[in-house]
Design a protein around this ligand. Sequence first.
Ligand code: C5P
Length: 400
Amino acid sequence: MGVTGGIAAYKSLDVLRMLQRHGHGVSVVMTHTAERFVGSASFAALSQREVGTSMFGDADQPGYHHLDVNEGKDLMLIAPASANTIAQMASGFASNLLTSCYLAFRGPVVVAPAMNTSMWLHPATSRNIETLRADGVHLVEPESGLLADGAVGPGRLAEPSSIVAALEAVLGASQARNDLAGVKVLISAGGTREPIDAVRYVGNRSSGRMGWALAAAARDRGAEVVMVQANVDLPREGGIRYIDAPTAAAMRDACRAEFPSCDMLIMCAAVADYRPVAAADGKLDKSKADALTVEMERTTDILAELAALRDDQVLIGFAAEHGPEGLERARGKRTRKAVDMVVHNDAATEGAAFEGPDNVVTIIGPGESEAALPRMSKRECAERILDAACPLVDARPVRA
Ligand code: C5P
């Protein structure tokens, strides 16, 4: 995401957060003028990635790696795009990091202009916009309204939701593979909460982002997606059927009901391994005792149970492990639970597993294959998991 100088630069923080909520990983490049409106530290904190501001390294960033940021990116967004940056892009100047990245970028580019009405209506800007369109750039038209300088007219940055929708339409079209057309995928996401009493529970830190990214990726490949979700507080998307299952027991019931008609199950949810044997009626009263002992019992392992019931479904589990022996434990889980693939993530690795926009995983299987992937966005990670799983769907015998 490129950010250029203009009052609207603060709105790109909202665009960034919305993109992350949708499962995209974002690296930010700013012009020096943009930095006068919003500090790079804000973007670095939200994106959890280094922010590019200069073509030349400083003391902490030796060398001349200015185009590295383009590596592995699916799309370039520039929001807000100033009249000056648009003019530079139209003319092919590479005078700062952002315009250099633009010139070197091979994927789709989305530009959301924002400027004063007179600048937007100037024939030079109109000419430059037409040049960008002819070069294949996707424009998110500015809106009309009251601008920062008090004038009323076109030039206001489009709403973050419009920018994200336009970007996803472009991304969907560029990534359309349709390799899951006609395939029903059941995905579990989130973390279950097991009640202790009427108001308290035993839970975990799963945000549901990885499952959300998998659901969007499977949908965009043409799959029919059913999402069994536990306590996920993320916006729901079109084209996905959601079933609420807040506890391990509810998740087991929902998964058992949906599983027979599915072609693929991805158990991404952090399902509680233990639950209180019985939830107390009402709210436990702390004045009654100084210590509290809650007896816990094992929950049913949903994935292992469904593996035993499988017809020809492709089965994928997750293993969030902690520490160096985790990968070996994850390999063991694949065999023990009799599933095709296990996605291992080390909860001790920075940027991996819970809550954040990125993940660092090793995909174990199918067969003898094992792929240790570098840190990437959860959406990219989802695509890699589906890339590995698609051949298994195709290899199944045709159902009667
Ligand atoms: O054994 P472990 O809990 O680490 O295995 C994780 C995998 O098993 C995940 O795919 C998780 O969704 C699934 N699981 C399950 N039922 C449980 C616990 C975990 O399906 N009760």
